[in-house]
Structure formats: structure tokens, C-alpha cells
Ligand binder design. Structure first.
Ligand code: ADP
Ligand code: ZN
Length: 718
């Protein structure tokens, strides 16, 4: 079968893998490998690293050796390749001697295009293996998770050091391609050195994951908030991370009792239980895994729709890696974190390393950055990317802060009430007590003497949430501070006097309930029933092949099936992810189900007006904005669209902004020249970052959304 494969990378991408276009830099990387150059690839999780060596492996004669540390991942990758009709196999310690010698035979006869291998297999018998492969035609060596070779990385595996022996033994004739999602320079040089790469070409692609929406919610009534969120994601797969092992079990059980399909996972569970839970999750039999960070390495499941952090992660690196497990298929996904400042104190104790002050300091600073991320009010994506040394626009349009407009109110009275409550309570009580006191709570916890104070109950008009929000703001603005220590209490600052004694006026941002809905879910909702039918079919095929469902076809492909309703094999080939072999093998039952559904509901297939990958890309940015574009281009106003689509005015504006960013809409189409010019003139006068100073200089009727559009336009035309 392989001898019939074409040798043009694009033809293989389309014919074998069923994708239409290469993603940014994939093509360049492939060309570099094909030119025989050693190549180092730094690309975020989900970026599409696999194709960078799989396609060269198919183009070149011989067998590619792929080194991968994760046995679970290896099996998935090989299964996925086989479903595409590619001859691939793996060697690792889970196999019997017979299985292994069978694979050796296949290698000798040159029947494999790709061989996956765990480096631990080399230990103690590397020379034997090298002698063996020297006799074979090896097309290339790919080293996945290449940072494992570096002791600077966060996941050092000594057996990786053996790999240089292989690359050396194979000499100049075989290119080596090393791939990792870890970015820092130190690791990068270390990889090149330890693997002895020969003048490697280095490709660094951006770390942005545009389809992941970052959302942080204050920890109030976290379980209720969580259930609320999960209810919007009923049939979706997701991972919930907790800090403590016990919490994973408790939370999974509580969620199960509340009708969610959830299982725990942590390093302390028995091997079998862990495997069962992981398998069930991979096979879509369980939707939610509640886990400690022990879970996730080697999880290649592409349709993880959300990752929730119940507790503050220790550092941005970990957070980014964990949230990166969402949305590998490019569809809209959510990273939700619950945050409270108290978490910082709790974690601070955990990150302290006894007798190592220096290291403790480093850890604490990393933790502080994480806490800063939690209380951030500007674009979260920008913060993350800048942390990793990448420049980013001030507005991403897909994080809670970019999607929320903060309205300012006169908070003088609120501040006065809060500060005098803290004074009256002798600066010796924590946030919760102060709030109960302000609201005149009848709780037993409030001491009798405090009930008699005049200030008791002066803040009854605000809810607990609102008070928590305003107190946090006052802390951030320096009017109050939290003491350090195990039980932080609220204390006054030198700035407090301005309010208490001099009657200074205070402006506070009003609390706006943030929406944590995932965008772009409408399209699929059109044919929910068909979605269920196709998922059942997918599961049946997956079970009979012994692979996870998403290996048969991904949710991204499912979405396209529901959108275009293909009822012929030719049409099915147009769907992203359906290569020739998949269409031949599984096409018939799929189009039969769709045809039956269309007949029953009087529906027709839709031709793809655009090549498949292009439409996929636009959708991954949140397809809902395209609907807005259509209505807008048909002459509808923002207000009308908001009403018709039952969305907020600000949301529609953010769609237009995104469209401008994507070059689908010109600023002159969105706003009148007069308004654009007014905003531009204010923009040119202002040095401070952010929208607020601009808004303040403009007449009342200018919205944040309009300012954003003009800023985007300006940035694009710099
Ligand atoms: P990584 O190894 O970098 O984490 P993968 O290689 O697993 O990423 O790719 C992530 C997902 O993107 C997979 O589902 C893959 O099939 C898909 N993908 C990769 N390249 C393309 C492409 N050019 N067009 C469409 N989908 C792609
Ligand atoms: Zn943002």
C-alpha cells in the first residue's frame, strides 16, 4: 500500500490525512527534514508537531524511528496512523518477546514506515539495537518531547541521554528532528548539544492557543459555580485539577451524585484503578476526570473541551501546560480557574523548601506571578504570552477580561463603610468576618460586642459577592491590606486616611457577572440528534478497532459533518480529517446515517464553499463571529444583531473587532469615518496603556468596543 503513496507533502496531507492545508511552519519544517537537515522544533501542545515527522517519514524511503517517552501516547499515535492506512508499529516494555520479535521481522523486511520506541528500551542494550538498525534503511530519527534530555527541563529522563549514541551511529546520512513544547533558551541549547544536532535549523512557532478561552472566577461558592459551568458543558469532556488527592475523590463522587460522569485520578490510586479511569476517559465513557497534576502527561485526547483549576497552580509553566490539554483539535475550549487570594498564602507554605532559601524564593516568585494572573484585569492571554517572552496585542477578544467591560461607579461610600468596619473591628478580622459584620449577619460567629457597634449592618444593601469584589479592589488600590500569616486579617494602610479622614472620593469598578460560556456551540446544536447518532457510530467503530473514539474521527470532523451533511463519499472526502483510507473504510455507514437523517428531516447537504482547512481555521477562532459578519454585511446594525442573536451588544462588538483582526471587515465598514477619527485623535494623545484612559477622554456615547476596533485597526496598520 505504501509504495502507492505519493511523495509530495501536500498530496499526502490531503490524501492520507484528509487535511487541506499545512499550518504555519509545518511545511517549512517538513522541507528542512526532507533536505536532510537536523531540525529543532518548538511548538505548543496541539500545534501539530506529529505531522512534521510523519509526512517526511512517508515521503522518504525506509523506516523512521520515533522516540517518545510516553507509552500510552505511543499506542494512540500508532493506532491513528494505522487507521490512515500507514504501516506503523511500536516497541516498548509492555510487549511480549514474541510481539517484539515480530516487529523486528517487519523492520528487517522494510515493511514499516514508522517505528515508535520508548528510550527506556535501550537501557543496557543500546549497542545491540544500534547494530541492528545500522543494517536497516532508516529515513529519519524523530525525538518527541525532546526536553526530556535536558536536566534544565522540568521532566528530565536520563535514558534520553542514550539517544545521542543512536544519532551518532547513524552518522550524517540520517536527519534528526527534535520536537518539544518547552520554550526556554537554556533547554533549547541543551537539547541541540546533548543530541549532538549538526547545525540544526530551529523553528519556534508562537505559543498562543487562540481557541482556548481563559477565565478566572473568584472562589466564593465554588462547587455551585463549578456545577453551573459544567451544566453548560453537558456532553463535553474535561479535566478538573485539584491540589489534594483527597479532593479528587470527594469532588468526583459529589459530581457523580449530582448526575455528572466523573472519575478521580491521582498517583495514590491503585494502578488498575488509574488505568481504568484513564481508559474510560479516553474512550469517552467518562466525561470528566478529577485529578491532581499527576494526570495528563501523555494524554493526547484531542476533544478535551475544558480544563478547570479548583486551586491555584504553583506556577505559570504548569498552568499553561495543563490548560494546553484543552482544545488540541482547534475547537473553542475553556480554561477556567477559581482563584482567591487566600490560595496564595496556602500555596506559599507548600512551595517553601526547607533549608533552601534561594530555591524557595524562586518558587515563591513563580507563585506570585500565578497569583498576579489570578487578579489580573487586563488581557490574560497577553499576560501569559509575555511571561513566555512573546509580544501580544493588548486585546485578544477571547479571555474573560477582554470580554467584560468594567463600568466605574462612585465607590466613596462603599470605601468609607468598609474602612470604618475594619477600624471598628480593631484590624483583627479576616475578609469573611468583615463582610458578615457589614451585612449585619445573624450568624453565630459574630460576637455580641460587635453587634452593638453602630457600623454593624451598614452594608446590607450589597451581596456577599459584591462586598468580596469591592474589598479585593480596595486592597488592590492600596486602601486596605491583608496581613501575612496563616490567618490574614484586614488592616488599614497609610492611604486609608485619605478616605477616612479627608473624605477622598474613590472610584470602583462595578462587579459584572462574567459569562463563562463557550463560544461557537450553536452550529452543532442545530443537529443534536444526528450528533448523537454519529457519536454512537464512532464509538462502535472505535470499539471494534480497539482505539479511542477521537482516533476514528475528531470532534472537529464531527462538527463539519453536522455542518455540511455529506451524503456521498466524494463529499465526505472534503471533510477535514477524512483521508482516503478512512473514507473507504468507514465512509459508507457514516454517509448512510447522514442520508437517513437528512431524508427524515428534509435537509440537504451543503457544499463547502471554501477549502476545508480554511473554514476550519476560521471556525476555531469561534465561528459565531462569522454569523455576525453575515448579518452585518446584510445591513443589520449592531443593536439589531444583538437582539436577533440574543447576545450582548458588547459581544457583537467583540465579534466585529475579531473580524477586523482577521481582515474580514474593514474599520470603515464597521464605524463612520467621523467616529474613527475622533477615537484616533484621542489615541494619539494618550500614553498610558489600556482602554480606560481613552474612554475617559471621549464623549459618553463611545463604547469600549468601538475603541477596541479602532485600536485593532491601528495596530494592524502600524
Ligand atoms: P502536538 O504533537 O504538537 O501536540 P498534534 O500533532 O497531536 O500536536 O496535532 C494536534 C491536532 O491538530 C491533531 O488532532 C492533528 O490531527 C491536528 N492537525 C495537525 N496539523 C493539522 C493541519 N495541517 N490541518 C488540520 N489539522 C491538523
Ligand atoms: Zn484577552
Amino acid at each position: 500500500m505504501n509504495t502507492l503513496l505519493p511523495t509530495d507533502p501536500l498530496a499526502i496531507l490531503r490524501g492520507t490525512f484528509g487535511y487541506h492545508d499545512f499550518r504555519r511552519s509545518q511545511r517549512e519544517i517538513i522541507d528542512s527534514v526532507l533536505a536532510g537537515k537536523d531540525t529543532l522544533v518548538l511548538m505548543p501542545t496541539g500545534g501539530g508537531k506529529s505531522l512534521c515527522y510523519q509526512i517526511p517519514a512517508l515521503v522518504k524511503r525506509g523506516t523512521a524511528i520515533v522516540v517518545s517517552p510516553l507509552i500510552a501516547l505511543m499506542k494512540d499515535q500508532v493506532d491513528a496512523l494505522r487507521l490512515h492506512g500507514i504501516a506503523a508499529a511500536y516497541l516498548n516494555s509492555t510487549q511480549t518477546t514474541e510481539e517484539q520479535s515480530h516487529i523486528m521481522d517487519l523492520l528487517r523486511t522494510g515493511e514499516l514506515k514508522l517505528l515508535y520506541m520508548a528510550p527506556e528500551r535501550l537501557l543496557g542494550r543500546e549497542q545491540q539495537f544500534i547494530n541492528f538498525i545500522k543494517e536497516l534503511a532508516i529515513s529519519l530519527v524523530a525525538v518527541d518531547e525532546a526536553h526530556c534530555i535536558s536536566s534544565w527541563g522540568h521532566d528530565f529522563r536520563p535514558e534520553y541521554l542514550l539517544l545521542s549514541k543512536i544519532t551518532k551511529a547513524l552518522g550524517d546520512r540520517v536527519p534528526v528532528v527534535a520536537l518539544t513544547a518547552t520554550a526556554d533558551n537554556l533547554t533549547q541549547t541543551d537539547i541541540a548539544e546533548k543530541l549532538q544536532l549538526r547545525q540544526p535549523r530551529i523553528f519556534v512557532t508562537g505559543f498562543n492557543r487562540p481557541n482556548i478561552r481563559y477565565v478566572v472566577q473568584p472562589k466564593n461558592n465554588t462547587y455551585v459555580q463549578l456545577v453551573d459551568f459544567l451544566s453548560q458543558h453537558k456532553s463535553d469532556a474535561g479535566i478538573i485539577y485539584t491540589l489534594r488527592r483527597a479532593d479528587t475523590e470527594q469532588l468526583a463522587e459529589r459530581l457523580s451524585l449530582d448526575g455528572f460522569s466523573a472519575k478521580p485520578y491521582h498517583a495514590g490510586l491503585g494502578r488498575e484503578t488509574k488505568n481504568n479511569h484513564q481508559e474510560a476517559f479516553l474512550k469517552d465513557e467518562v466525561s470528566i476526570i478529577v485529578a491532581t497534576i499527576a494526570f495528563g502527561m501523555g494524554i493526547d485526547k484531542s476533544n478535551v473541551r475544558f480544563v478547570v483549576h479548583m486551586d491555584l497552580p504553583k506556577n505559570i509553566e504548569g498552568y499553561y501546560q495543563e490548560t494546553g490539554r484543552a482544545g488540541r483539535d482547534g475547537l473553542p475550549s475553556t480554561a477556567l480557574m477559581f482563584y482567591s487570594y487566600a490560595d496564595f498564602f496556602m500555596m506559599q507554605k507548600l512551595t517553601t523548601i526547607t533549608d533552601n532559601e534561594e530555591q524557595s524564593k524562586v518558587m515563591e516568585n513563580k507563585l506570585r506571578e500565578m497569583a498576579n494572573f489570578g487578579s489580573l484585569r487586563t488581557c490574560r492571554r497577553r499576560f501569559l504570552l509575555q511571561y513566555f517572552g512573546e509580544e501580544a496585542a493588548a486585546y485578544c477578544g477571547n479571555c474573560d477580561n477582554c470580554l467584560t467591560d468594567y463600568e466605574e461607579i462612585d465607590g466613596t461610600l462603599i470605601a468609607q463603610k468598609a474602612l470604618s468596619a475594619v477600624t471598628r473591628l480593631g484590624q483583627s478580622f479576616g475578609v469573611n468576618y468583615v463582610i458578615d459584620f457589614l451585612r449585619g449577619s445573624s450568624s453565630q460567629k459574630i460576637r455580641e460586642v460587635h453587634r452593638k457597634i453602630k457600623t454593624f449592618g451598614v452594608g446590607v444593601e450589597l451581596s456577599k459577592d459584591e462586598w468580596r469584589h469591592y474589598l479585593n479592589e480596595l486592597i488592590q488600590m492600596g486602601f486596605l491590606k491583608r496581613s501575612s500569616g496563616q490567618y490574614p486579617v484586614l488592616e488599614l494602610t497609610t492611604k486609608s486616611k485619605e478616605v477616612l479622614a479627608h473624605g477622598a472620593s474613590v472610584k470602583l469598578p462595578k462587579l459584572v457577572e462574567k459569562e463563562i460560556q463557550t463560544e461557537g456551540s450553536e452550529e452543532v446544536e442545530l443537529h443534536v440528534d444526528l450528533g448523537v447518532i454519529l457519536k454512537e457510530l464512532r464509538k462502535m467503530i472505535a470499539d471494534s478497532e480497539g482505539v479511542p473514539a477521537y482516533v476514528v474521527f475528531s470532534d472537529a470532523s464531527l462538527r463539519e459533518l453536522l455542518l455540511y451533511l455529506p451524503t456521498t463519499l466524494q463529499h465526505l472526502e472534503q471533510i477535514s480529517g477524512f483521508g482516503m483510507v478512512k473514507v473507504q473504510r468507514y465512509g459508507d455507514p457514516i454517509i448512510e446515517k447522514i442520508a437517513a437523517y437528512c431524508k427524515e428531516h428534509n435537509l440537504e447537504s451543503k457544499e463547502r464553499a471554501v477549502p476545508k482547512a480554511t473554514s476550519k481555521r476560521t471556525k476555531s477562532a469561534g465561528g459565531t463571529h462569522l454569523k455576525t459578519l453575515e448579518l452585518f454585511k446584510n445591513g443589520r446594525s449592531i443593536r439589531e444583531i444583538a437582539k436577533e442573536r440574543n447576545l450582548r451588544h458588547g459581544t457583537i462588538e467583540s465579534h466585529l473587532d475579531l473580524l477586523i483582526k482577521e481582515g474580514k471587515l474593514q474599520i470603515s465598514e464597521a464605524l463612520s469615518a467621523e467616529r474613527v477619527n475622533t477615537i484616533l485623535s484621542v489615541l494619539s494623545d494618550i500614553r498610558e496603556p489600556g482602554l480606560k484612559p481613552v474612554k475617559e477622554k471621549l464623549p459618553e456615547d463611545f463604547s469600549y468596543g468601538e475603541i477596541r476596533m479602532v485600536m485593532t485597526h491601528k495596530n494592524l496598520n502600524k
